[in-house]
Design a protein around this ligand. Structure first.
Ligand code: ZN
Length: 203
């Protein structure tokens, strides 16, 4: 099963060594499974968790493994495509290393990934964001956040006297994360929610 190995710093196809499924509807509406896997590259043990989620009116499937041990530093949802999450991870690494301009450049690249994922026609981020807004993929508020990200990315990417502060880099990181969460995670969640409602109406 696919899991992110912190030692290899990449996604690996872990060899399943054991698993345990539990279900307590009073605690959680979804059955849960803990899976112990071995990383085929570095031989380390990893523990992941997965939930049985509804993906269609009558379809259920186990969600991708979320690593429980060693603990994931900060969780980036699996519904966010690789082209976007790679930049999110880099932005966090730069921020932790106090490279604030670099962090903002990476946060901006998150949005470029978002545009690429949605195959916007324009090659510039400014036009790409406008296109996402026109298509209804982001609303006015997210567009405004995206614009600030874009402007600060430009400041961070070019040699100038302007420094990007820790506070600004941290906020822009949060805005980039929130945009991704909204577009990829909450949208998918809402669609599953509506699929369940449709199923109830049929019954
Ligand atoms: Zn590994």
């Amino acid at each position: 099963m696919i899991i992110e190995c912190p030692y290899c710093e990449s996604k690996v196809d872990g060899e399943v060594k054991g698993e345990h499924q539990s279900y307590d509807p009073s605690e959680d509406p979804f059955p849960f499974k803990a899976v112990l896997v071995r990383c085929p590259a570095c031989d380390n043990a990893l523990l992941g968790g997965t939930e049985l989620i509804q993906t269609g009116p009558t379809h259920y499937q186990w969600s991708p493994l979320n690593r429980l041990w060693p603990k994931q530093e900060s969780h980036i949802d699996w519904e966010i495509p690789d082209i976007v999450r790679m930049s999110q991870i880099e932005a966090r690494k730069c921020y932790k290393a106090r490279a604030f301009s670099a962090s903002v450049v990476m946060s901006g690249r998150t949005l470029e990934g978002l545009c690429k994922h949605h195959s916007t026609k324009s090659t510039t981020l400014a036009k790409g964001l406008a296109e996402l807004k026109d298509k209804g993929i982001i609303d006015d508020r997210l567009f405004e956040w995206g614009e600030e990200l874009r402007k600060h990315r430009n400041i961070g990417a070019h040699a100038s006297d302007v420094n990007i502060s820790k506070e600004d880099a941290g906020d822009l990181l949060d805005f980039a994360d929130a945009i991704c969460e909204y577009v990829f995670v909450l949208n998918a969640k809402f669609n599953r929610f509506m699929a369940r409602q449709a199923e109830k109406d049929e019954a």
